[in-house]
Design a protein around this ligand. Structure first.
Ligand code: AMP
Length: 412
């Protein structure tokens, strides 16, 4: 039997790298006042239909949706923002000082075509700041993700930012772009022509030479922003400049979720192949209202753990250090050895005892292989303690082993 397509096991050797991500995320985000939240693995399907947007790829074809047996439609969470906003509303967090800053580290589920860096169950670190439309929230949130990527050693990172403005200016812009594309229909690829009404923005991604030439002069969303939105974006950029964050304004940046307004951003790494996105997010000022709350602004991002580790050169780690290995000579000594290993752990050492019935010679070899700092051998007439670094061996009663090892010093 194998794990389902697009899923994977996190093996013991890979755990240390994950722990590193979790502790870096905690340090960076809690250092800025974010507090951790965990929401359920599944939610009412309605949350994502309303929150992520019924016309998005995620909702249209990527969700694991099922009946819970009681006639309720349930979906494995495909993303974290809508659940966090649901929790904000459900727990009346609007009564707390705003913005409420929350972070999470959870697994997410999307029925995508598996490939390198793209899975059906994957993990994200995410951060959401709900309740403020201050451009400093946007800039701070971008700087925090940049800091996390730096701390994790994610290499060859690039940041692209843009502003999507408001839903109203977007509708007006879409009409202008559609009219522009219609006026140049003859020069466009068939694929783009067929999708003019469905998704005119996709024309910016086309590799077709004729389409590319047309798109060079196409109207840009950034030029169509309302004065307030344009000013907000200017302030975000000014703060990023002040923080000396390098970025590129990319007027074609669109993200796959409907809820974004104003600032959007994406970090990519040239270390990764086709799936180069390591993390991204933006502002979602309409989402809370969409979920039934009062109009409440919000900003957030999510970064993929697998992609961050891939782009950081995910090195496998050795087994955990062993302070003391407790060997014994003959099964009659097993209980005494067991007691020594318990005492050692109680005293704060890492300790393992022989559990595989090896010969005494085999036990010595094993202690060496796992890199134990001390080897105790419990015998009928006492015990010895061996310093595995110097090879020095002393006689000690079994009950004196732990104290002696502690006195002589820890892991060199
Ligand atoms: P999104 O929620 O689509 O904006 O994704 C945010 C980040 O999550 C991306 O930049 C990726 O790092 C990661 N991610 C998204 N989808 C997947 C997936 N199917 N497998 C692995 N990582 C993913």
């Amino acid at each position: 039997m194998k794990a389902p397509k697009g899923t994977y096991d996190v093996l013991p050797d890979q755990q240390a790298a994950r722990d590193r991500v979790a502790s870096a995320a905690k340090r960076v985000l809690e250092g800025a006042g974010y507090r951790r939240i965990e929401t359920p693995t599944f939610e009412a399907t309605e949350l994502f239909a309303r929150g992520v947007g019924a016309s998005t790829d995620i909702v249209q074809k990527e969700m694991y949706t099922f009946d819970d047996g009681g006639g309720r439609s349930i979906t494995l969470r495909p993303e974290g923002t809508a659940p966090v906003c649901r929790a904000y509303l459900e727990h009346g967090m609007h009564k707390l000082p705003q913005p409420v800053k929350l972070w999470y580290l959870s697994s997410f589920y999307r029925k995508e075509k598996p490939q390198a860096g793209r899975y059906r169950q994957f993990w994200q670190v995410g951060a959401e700041a709900i309740g403020s439309d201050d451009p400093a929230v946007d800039a701070e949130s971008i700087v925090l993700l940049q800091t996390l990527l730096d701390e994790l050693g994610v290499e060859d990172v690039r940041l692209r930012i843009s502003s999507l403005g408001s839903p109203e200016s977007r509708v007006r812009y879409r009409e202008r772009l559609t009219a522009y594309l219609r006026a140049h229909e003859g020069e466009l690829s068939k694929e783009v022509r067929d999708r003019i009404d469905l998704n005119p923005l996709r024309a910016f991604d086309s590799d077709h030479p004729g389409t590319k030439a047309v798109m060079r002069d196409a109207p840009r969303l950034l030029d169509a922003l309302d004065a307030d939105d344009a000013e907000h974006f200017r302030e975000v950029r000014e703060l990023l400049d002040r923080a000396e964050v390098a970025y590129e304004v990319d007027t074609t940046l669109v993200r796959g979720l409907d809820y974004y307004t104003r600032t959007v951003f994406e970090f990519t790494s040239d270390r990764l192949g086709a799936q180069s996105g390591v993390g991204g997010g933006g502002r979602y000022d309409g989402l809370i209202e969409q979920l039934g709350g009062k109009p409440t602004p919000g900003t957030g991002w999510a970064a993929g753990i697998e992609r961050m580790l891939l782009a950081a050169g995910d090195e496998r780690t050795a087994e955990p250090p062993v302070d003391l290995y407790v060997a014994f000579d003959g099964v009659e000594q097993r209980a005494a050895a067991f007691g020594v290993s318990l005492d050692a752990r109680r005293a704060g050492m890492t300790a393992q005892m022989e559990l595989a019935g090896r010969s005494l010679k085999g036990q010595r070899k094993h202690a060496d292989r796992i890199g134990a700092r001390w080897l105790a051998v419990v015998r009928a007439d006492g015990a010895t303690l061996r310093d595995m670094q110097t090879g020095e061996e002393v006689d000690v009663p079994p009950e004196g082993i732990v104290a002696r090892a502690l006195r002589e010093g820890g892991r060199g």
